[in-house]
Design a protein around this ligand. Structure first.
Ligand code: FCB
Length: 437
């Protein structure tokens, strides 16, 4: 069975940041610091999904997609990150899961979509190895409550982006710019993933996935130095987060001047066995390919020179549907029998959507984007890649991290002043597509 769905994340939609015992997360802290998020936007209210979830479940039911990927807010469940759970937080997800099931929608929760409890950040965040164990404890608390009804679970969302943007460059929470000193964040997240896999299975979870942000990397030219730079980037973005999980070892980091990757990452005996526990699927988020050249200046061993010659989204991201086929077949070629079934857990685009006075958002570019990317998935499947799901990012326009409310990715338009939801043309298109399929 192929899973069709849409995706969201807790901090991006829930709002109710201070309600019913929820603790602060790193994103609350970061968004409230001047200059961090465009125009000072925060997720305090977001789409107010915490209060309007019934309306959002009705939108999902109307779409006819079989599945819904959402994330659980760790600080809503455990306000201090560890210790006593917040009953009202667990109750919220319990009601949501029941509401989804009653609407015929399969719930697919992600346990960590970047909103670490601030209390754990105060202890070092993902730079502190102990967070891996606290993450597994949190996974157990949630699964003990929901695994009787939830079959499929995702541990982490995009550990690369969280490490690179949050700890490497500081453009996301927690806003640290440590460059390569951020590398232990990769290992501690993956260790947390591995420990959470155990905890989830012990609590009865049937299927467990990890979701990575993946990009096919293209060298800017055939020159050996560009090819080497592209390879270095591929190691950091893709292989660092897939090799240990699928192959049980970290890739060579010598392009980064690192001779002993395990030491730089903080690996201890036994960690890789935990991290490489078998998975039921690999979640893959795809937005665009990356074009890399040798750097002009000393520093990192690559320079992102951008893809040219393609249309771009409102974000300026190049639209390259065949990059998704290239990515999927590339994963199969690289990992072979070690690759579990793939679920495309995010794919979508921001567009300069306009709501007309008649209440119409005619987002033809998004329709073309989705149609062409789904066709690329079909080509990969025809080439023998075992792809079992596709989730559109996103159900709703929402808080797009450092861009605040400026990038709209939804199938459903949200007026953030009134919280009015308006299905866009792409929502109707996707509904009809699913019905026909
Ligand atoms: C991904 C994130 C998701 C959303 C999309 C546009 O990297 O997982 O939350 O912001 O990008």
């Amino acid at each position: 069975m192929f899973l069709w769905g849409t995706a969201t994340a807790a901090y991006q939609i829930e709002g109710a940041a201070g309600e019913d015992g929820r603790g602060p997360s790193v994103w609350d802290t970061f968004a409230h610091e001047p200059g961090r998020v465009r125009d000072g936007h925060t997720g305090d209210v977001a789409c107010d999904h915490y209060h309007r979830w019934r309306e959002d479940v009705a939108l999902l039911a109307g779409l006819g997609a079989g599945a819904y990927r959402f994330s659980i807010s760790w600080p809503r469940v455990l306000p201090e990150g560890a210790g006593a759970p917040n009953p009202k937080g667990l109750d919220f997800y319990d009601r949501l899961v029941d509401g989804l099931l009653a609407a015929g929608v399969t719930p697919v929760p992600t346990l960590f979509h970047w909103d670490l409890p601030q209390a754990l950040q105060d202890r070092g965040g993902w730079l502190n190895r102990d967070v891996a164990g606290w993450f597994a404890d949190y996974a157990a608390v949630v699964a003990e409550r929901l695994a009787d009804r939830v079959r499929m679970w995702i541990t982490l969302n995009e550990p690369f982006v969280h490490m690179a943007f949050g700890y490497g460059m500081g453009v996301h929470a927690p806003g640290q710019a440590l460059l390569l000193d951020a590398l232990p964040v990769a290992h501690h997240q993956l260790l947390g993933h591995g420990l959470a896999v155990r905890a989830l299975r012990a609590a009865g979870a049937a299927e467990v996935l990890l979701t990575n942000n993946c990009t096919p990397v293209r060298p800017a030219s055939d020159a050996p130095r560009d090819v080497a730079a592209a390879d270095a980037y591929d190691v950091l973005h893709n292989r660092l987060f897939a090799d240990p999980v699928l192959l049980g070892r970290y890739p060579d980091l010598s392009a980064y001047g690192i001779d002993a990757p395990d030491d730089a990452l903080g690996v201890r005996d036994g960690d890789l066995a935990v991290i490489s526990a078998p998975l039921d699927g690999l979640g893959v988020n795809y937005y665009n390919p990356t074009r890399i050249a040798a750097p002009a200046e000393p520093g990192l061993p690559f320079a992102d020179v951008g893809i040219t010659g393609h249309p771009t989204t409102a974000f300026g991201w190049p639209v390259v549907p065949d990059g998704l086929r290239e990515l999927l077949t590339g994963l199969r070629d690289r990992y072979g029998a070690a690759l579990p079934p793939i679920y495309v857990t995010e794919n979508g685009c921001s567009q300069p959507d306009e709501l007309t006075p008649e209440g119409v958002v005619d987002d033809q570019e998004r329709i073309a984007f989705l149609r062409d990317h789904i066709a690329a998935v079909d080509r990969a499947r025809a080439e023998g890649v075992d792809v079992r799901g596709y989730f559109v990012w996103s159900l709703l326009d929402n808080f797009e991290w450092a861009e605040g409310y400026h990038q709209r990715f939804g199938l459903v338009h949200v007026d953030f002043a009134t919280q009015r939801r308006t299905p866009k043309a792409s929502y109707h298109w996707f509904r009809d597509f699913l019905a026909a399929r």
